[in-house]
Design a protein around this ligand. Sequence first.
Ligand SMILES: NC(=O)c1ccc[n+]([C@@H]2O[C@H](COP(=O)([O-])OP(=O)(O)OC[C@H]3O[C@@H](n4cnc5c(N)ncnc54)[C@H](OP(=O)(O)O)[C@@H]3O)[C@@H](O)[C@H]2O)c1
Length: 200
Amino acid sequence: MLLSSQEEQYNVETGTIAVDFGRSDIYEKIEAGLAGLEIGVLVNNVGVSYDYPEYYLNIPDLDNFITNMVNVNITSVCQMTRLVLPRMNERSKGVILNISSASGMYPLALLTVYSSTKAFVDFFSRGLHEEYRRQGIIIQSVLPFFVVTKMTRIKKPTLDKPTPERYVLAELATVGLQSQTNGYFPHAVMPVSLLLYLLL
Ligand SMILES: NC(=O)c1ccc[n+]([C@@H]2O[C@H](COP(=O)([O-])OP(=O)(O)OC[C@H]3O[C@@H](n4cnc5c(N)ncnc54)[C@H](OP(=O)(O)O)[C@@H]3O)[C@@H](O)[C@H]2O)c1
């Protein structure tokens, strides 16, 4: 329903491959689904966080929690890149946007696994950008602070907690200009504002 209305609104053809990124045995299916497609842009957006901040040992069902979060937040980024980058490399053209998080910029206690997975995404993106930028491929690490989405459960947008539409509009303007970005000006100055708040 959503896809067909977007097809009409933007006059584009869309397709879906339904998979659970919490699993690691899905990439053959995705590879088959992508066969024959010329992929210009890959956005590694899928992600999961904690239901609530918690001490590591108190996380319910910790074993599965770890597997799921590592598969969704880390394995997906590496594997999707593995599937898409070879053709981009052949064509010397392509953009990969990896959605990390500001929580990957500093260790975040009580969200430690999430914060660490996002630090991985940031390092992976920046390393890979250095490897492939001379071939004309852009690999960008995107580190948002809060955005109004299902994940944050924030309902009311504010200047520093934008809607996804507002955030994405600002973020896309940074592609090709910044290989690592907070993507939105109020988020880019957030660390400075926090510091000033603590100091003054
Ligand atoms: N919102 C923020 O403030 C914020 C800040 C920093 C970084 N980020 C990052 O931004 C990205 C997008 O998050 P969001 O805020 O838009 O959260 P969201 O609304 O919860 O979106 C996450 C998306 O991932 C999908 N997903 C989750 N687990 C999946 C799985 N096992 N298999 C397939 N799809 C799965 C969800 O699908 P369903 O809708 O079907 O559940 C949803 O479409 C994430 O990587 C997140 O870490 C968000």
